[in-house]
Design a protein around this ligand. Structure first.
Ligand code: NAD
Ligand code: WQD
Length: 374
């Protein structure tokens, strides 16, 4: 169902040109919503937004502003142009390894960027906020059970700590103005795959940090062999286990979160109250994961099936800072948001492969080719 926001209002989507953002934009446009995208394109291409519009069948409305969240004046100009009913905040830096090399840059973009945004949202009276958090905030799980939202937090690297600190900041803000804020912090597990059309997908710069984009580049022949980071973990086959979630399921999770917020922002004027008897949601974390764990070997096998041949791999040493297992308990999001992951591991691999084969070099190469008329 569509979140029925006032017709003249728009939803502000920061980082909307990125991997998760662009897939969410398709879902929101398909509902006929009006979106304002703010992105500095440091890790994405505007082409993703053109394609998202196409995929939504030209439903909804999309306005794009190439703005850096660290440029407060430019960001405020965007607020002067529209009235926002809600903000979905994807923009940020996300490479774990890089965050240890340039922590100041990570804290600046992620924490200061978010503060700039929140300051303007408050000033312009928009208190409905969805934040891209991450399973990384849980750090080293205390048991092998699926992780619940009330588990203790303890991010293991600067990137993860930016997410953890932003979560704390959001809690403080919600507490500072009781009954005003509706903040949902979505803790994503491992998003993979692509839109089933193969038109939009993940387009990492340089050597992919994450498993599945790397596997896809081996499959297309851009890299020779998959490196398996250790096979001596305490897991069934010794390789790391994660909760992989199809990017389209993850994108749908944002619609579910928006619906939840909608019921509360209307509740401020009606009789809807949450379980604490308050008139707003406050600030709540939800896991977005499937609850199912797959190993690195499972992923390679499933991608090999999608591609139609065994993909080459070799086992090398563990990657510093990796945990053996990280799987969501998705009970709370199913209950409160009425959301569940629906697509299978094979869907993730088939769709990833379709994107990779249709766009062997991601977005830029296609745009460059089109521009040169070849
Ligand atoms: P992405 O890099 O594809 O998207 C992030 C977008 O933000 C990009 O389009 C980038 O250009 C933009 N951006 C970065 N800095 C900016 C700035 N200063 N001003 C304006 N725009 C800026 O990454 P993604 O995978 O789509 O991730 C989206 C969000 O979800 C991020 O906050 C990320 O930390 C979080 N997240 C991602 C994953 C994952 O595995 N992909 C998992 C958990 C959480
Ligand atoms: C998955 C598994 C690796 C690459 C990261 C971030 C997390 C979140 C999601 C943003 C692990 C193994 C990997 C390779 C391998 N992002 N692997 N060979 O580490 O679970 O999570 O992305 O918030 O914060 O930490 O994802 O895809 O890097 O690794 O064997 O070339 O694959 O050891 O077991 P991870 P990943």
């Amino acid at each position: 169902s569509s979140p029925h926001l006032p017709e003249q209002d728009a939803i502000l989507v920061t980082g909307g040109a990125g991997f998760i953002g662009s897939h969410t934009v398709v879902q929101l446009l398909s509902l006929g919503l009006r979106l304002v995208i703010v992105d500095n394109l440091c890790n994405s291409s505007e082409e993703a937004l053109h394609r998202a519009l196409e995929l939504a069948g030209n439903k909804g409305e999309l306005f794009f502003h190439k703005v850096d969240l660290l440029d407060g004046a430019a960001l405020e100009k965007v607020f002067e142009l529209y009235t926002f009913s809600a903000c979905i905040h994807f923009a940020g830096l996300k490479a774990v390894g890089e965050s240890s090399q340039i922590p100041i840059g990570y804290y600046q973009t992620n924490v200061t960027g978010t503060l700039n945004l929140l300051q303007l949202l408050q000033r312009y009276n928009c208190r409905n906020f969805i934040f891209s958090s991450s399973a990384t905030v849980y750090g080293l799980p205390s048991s092998t059970d699926p992780i619940r939202e009330d588990a203790s937090l303890g991010a293991l690297n600067p990137y993860g700590r930016t997410k953890q600190y932003i979560e704390e900041i959001l809690r403080d803000i919600a507490n500072s103005e009781p009954n005003q804020w509706n903040i949902i912090m979505l803790r994503y597990f491992n998003p993979v795959g692509a839109h089933e059309s193969g038109r939009i997908g993940e387009d990492p710069n340089g050597i992919p940090n994450n498993l599945m984009p790397f596997v896809a580049q081996v499959a297309i022949g851009r890299r020779p062999v998959i490196n398996v980071f250790g096979n001596d973990y305490e897991t069934p086959d010794g390789t790391g286990v994660r909760d992989y979630i199809h990017i389209v399921d993850l994108a749908r999770g944002h619609v579910a979160a928006l619906n939840k917020i909608q019921s509360f922002s209307m509740g401020a004027h009606t009789s809807v109250h949450n379980s604490n008897g308050t008139k707003s949601l406050g600030c709540v974390p939800y896991n977005l994961g499937s609850g199912i764990g797959y190993s690195v070997m499972d992923m390679i096998e499933s991608m090999s099936k999608a591609v139609g041949r065994q993909l080459p791999y070799r086992v090398i040493e563990r990657r510093l800072g990796d945990v053996a297992l990280c799987v969501a308990d998705p009970t709370l999001s199913a209950h409160d948001l009425d959301w569940r992951a629906e697509k299978t591991l094979q869907d993730m691999c088939n769709d990833l492969w379709r994107w990779q084969i249709q766009n062997p070099n991601g977005y830029e190469a296609r745009v460059a080719t089109a521009a040169s008329g070849t």
